[in-house]
Structures are given as structure tokens and as C-alpha cells.
Design a protein around this ligand. Structure first.
Ligand SMILES: [Zn+2]
Length: 192
């Protein structure tokens, strides 16, 4: 075994979102010095690594087949908020006003994976009246996704498709918006 080097851990940390080389070095030093924190990290990472899977219904992360949002009997299962990724799900969930369920697209490329997206969305449709709230980022890709999903869902007469009312600046990510802005966008959503 060679002598201790920060390089491997710094390299790994740099793979994580929002962590540049400087932050990676600082975190690596903390992990090397603070054994208690590092032990807790190892436990949590092992727990995540061995147990977290995608919810079979909505693609949220879960320890079980179905996530706690899908399992919650108080949630309105006929209101489905469609988001592009899990961090956007949490951005909406954390404001604490949304009472429906979610559908995470989990696809960075709508054009390449549209058959998968179509199949997954159609699985969510029931005989009840349902609302699909398209809470996608106000980017060019987000807008293309909205048009695409609308075209898939328009053949279902029991489905209403709405979209967040975007006073949201074009190009932003839901994840970076404050809860007030998301709440207003959600409450004043418009039918497409
Ligand atoms: Zn779920």
C-alpha cells in the first residue's frame, strides 16, 4: 500500500454536483481528521448504497418498492405532478402545500427516451378523472417536454393537463427557486 494521498478521495468528491476541486480538498481534509463524521458518513452511504431503489410507481427514491408519498393514503392519487428529476420533486415537496403525488421523468434526453417516458406515463392513467401538473423547468428542453407530454395525454378524455404558471424566469431550475415562487406557480397553474 502506498502512502496516504488525498488524490483518490478528492477525485471522487469532484464527481459530485456543485463540488469543485477546492471544496473537494476541504471536504477530504475534514473526512481525514473528523473520524466521527466520517464513520457516520460511511454508515449512511452504505445504507443508501445497499437499500435505496426507485419507487415502482413514481421513480422517487425509496427503501421499499413504493415510496412514502405513493404509500400515503392522505395523498390525492388523481393529482400527479410531473417533474424532471428527484431534486425538483423535493423542491416542491419541501414547500409543504402540495397534496397530490408525483411522477419523476428521470430522463435528461426526452428525444432519445420518449418511448420509455410515454410507457411510464400511460401506466399512471386510471379510469378516474386525473390532473397531470407539468412542473418542468422553464428551459427549452422543459418546454419541449411539456408539448410532448401534452401530445401523449390528449387522447385521454378523463385527463386534464396543467402547467405551472411561470412568472418563473426562463432558463431557471425549480430547485433554485424560493418556496413562495413555487407555491404561486403551483396555485395559479393553467390548463394547457
Ligand atoms: Zn412513489
Amino acid at each position: 500500500m502506498k502512502n496516504f494521498s488525498f488524490q483518490p478521495i478528492v477525485k471522487l468528491l469532484s464527481l459530485l454536483p456543485s463540488i469543485g476541486p477546492k471544496s473537494a480538498r476541504r471536504i477530504a481534509i475534514t473526512l481525514a481528521k473528523e473520524k466521527k463524521i466520517t464513520t457516520s458518513f460511511i454508515q449512511q452511504l452504505t445504507l443508501i448504497n445497499e437499500n435505496v431503489k426507485s419507487c415502482k410507481i413514481c421513480n422517487n427514491l425509496s427503501f421499499f418498492q413504493h415510496c412514502e408519498i405513493c404509500e400515503d393514503s392522505l395523498r390525492d392519487k388523481n393529482q400527479i405532478c410531473v417533474v424532471s428529476d428527484i431534486s425538483n420533486l423535493w423542491a416542491i415537496e419541501n414547500i409543504g402545500v402540495y397534496e397530490g403525488v408525483f411522477h419523476v421523468l428521470e430522463s435528461s434526453n426526452i428525444l432519445e427516451e420518449n418511448q420509455y417516458i410515454e410507457n411510464e406515463l400511460k401506466k399512471r392513467i386510471t379510469d378516474d378523472h386525473q390532473e397531470f401538473i407539468l412542473a418542468l423547468n422553464p428551459t427549452i428542453e422543459g418546454q419541449a417536454t411539456i408539448h410532448y407530454i401534452k401530445s401523449i395525454l390528449k387522447e385521454f378524455h378523463n385527463v386534464t393537463v396543467t402547467s405551472l404558471s411561470l412568472g418563473i424566469p426562463i432558463g431557471s431550475d425549480l430547485d433554485y427557486l424560493d418556496s413562495g415562487t413555487i407555491t404561486i406557480a403551483l396555485e395559479s397553474r393553467k390548463e394547457l
